[in-house]
Design a protein around this ligand. Structure first.
Ligand code: NAP
Length: 287
């Protein structure tokens, strides 16, 4: 039995990292040391784990990091002041704010306080407007862009392809749907009110899944020849391990190519974030 080709996140990330390293060197020759600020509120294990992987990626590519951590019970004013300080700090080119913030804080006010020029994770309305209008302003949400980078790296054309995106969050589903429409795909966005989702996904050439449910997509969802990008990062109680939205062993027997979890979209997302920091630094340096 044929097994699907693995769309390995590390291969895509390595290609991006090589470009980043060259860009960092070029920026340093003109006296700019690209730097990311990471703003974390509280001590959530998933935030700390993502922070470590971002710091590692910055270290290997020569990008500076400034970490700011607030207590989980921090006041809104304190958060606002920190964001203001980072906006004004000329040595900081991009800011990553871990979300969701604790419920006691107003997340939309925090997002709105961030300078769009430093919004390397596409959380401000202005950045999202850039994605949705195609104006090229601001930065796309990193995970949505990571899906596109994977397709581009493996030279998977989207033009005219029926594409099913599962999920409609502003972090992944909606922006990736628009980014694929811009690549001339014919996109169907599925969510909790979508009837007979397996019929839609089986009919698609490309499936992008951002459901957030462990191994939700079983063999009924797939058909031969498909490309599957699994964005989900979920904890499976059943298997006591991280897994995607896709039941990998079901899909891999049927489809043409698939991203693994871990080692797929998440790996690329970190490099996309660092690439955005470089681009923000370049815009600042050559404006
Ligand atoms: P989210 O905000 O919870 O959105 C989930 C989406 O899936 C919603 O639009 C929801 O529909 C839809 N959905 C949920 N259950 C469904 C069902 N039974 N049938 C059809 N649609 C369903 O999640 P998110 O922030 O987009 O994240 C999605 C997944 O991606 C999570 O596993 C997250 O951990 C992962 N993630 C990975 C990365 C990465 O770098 N790899 C980054 C961010 C997120 P409704 O809108 O109708 O509720």
């Amino acid at each position: 039995m044929d097994i699907a080709k693995l769309l390995n996140g590390a291969d895509v990330a390595n290609a991006l990292n090589s470009k980043i390293i060259n860009e960092v060197e070029a920026l340093k020759t003109v006296g700019v040391s690209p730097t990311l600020a990471i703003l974390r509120v509280g001590e959530k294990p998933e935030d700390i784990s993502y922070e470590k992987s971002v710091m590692k990626r910055c270290a290997t590519t020569g990008v500076g990091v400034k970490s700011v951590a607030l207590r989980a019970d921090a006041a809104q004013e304190e958060l606002k002041q920190i964001i203001y300080d980072l906006n004004c700090d000329g040595n900081v080119h991009g800011v990553l704010i871990f979300r969701p913030l604790p419920k006691s804080l107003d997340e939309s006010a925090a997002c709105a306080a961030l300078d769009t020029a430093k919004d390397v994770d596409g959380i401000t309305k202005e950045s999202l407007a850039g994605v949705f209008t195609g104006s090229g302003k601001g930065f796309a949400p990193c995970t949505a862009q990571a899906c596109v980078e994977i397709l581009d790296h493996y030279k998977i054309g989207c033009e005219g392809k029926r594409t099913a995106v599962i999920g409609r969050s502003l972090v992944v589903g909606k922006p990736v749907a628009v980014m694929l429409i811009d690549k001339n795909a014919t996109v169907t966005v599925c969510h909790t009110r979508t009837p007979d989702m397996p019929a839609i996904t089986r009919d698609a050439d490309i499936i992008i899944s951002a459901v957030g449910k462990p191994e939700f997509l079983t063999k009924d969802y797939f058909s031969p020849g498909q490309i599957v990008i699994d964005v989900g990062i979920n904890w499976s109680e059943e298997k006591s391990k991280l897994c995607g939205d896709v039941r990998f062993e079901d899909a891999a027997r049927v489809v043409a190519a698939i991203t693994p979890v871990p080692g797929g979209v998440g790996t690329v997302t970190t490099s996309v974030l660092v690439m955005h920091v470089i681009n923000a630094a370049k815009i600042g340096a050559f404006a």
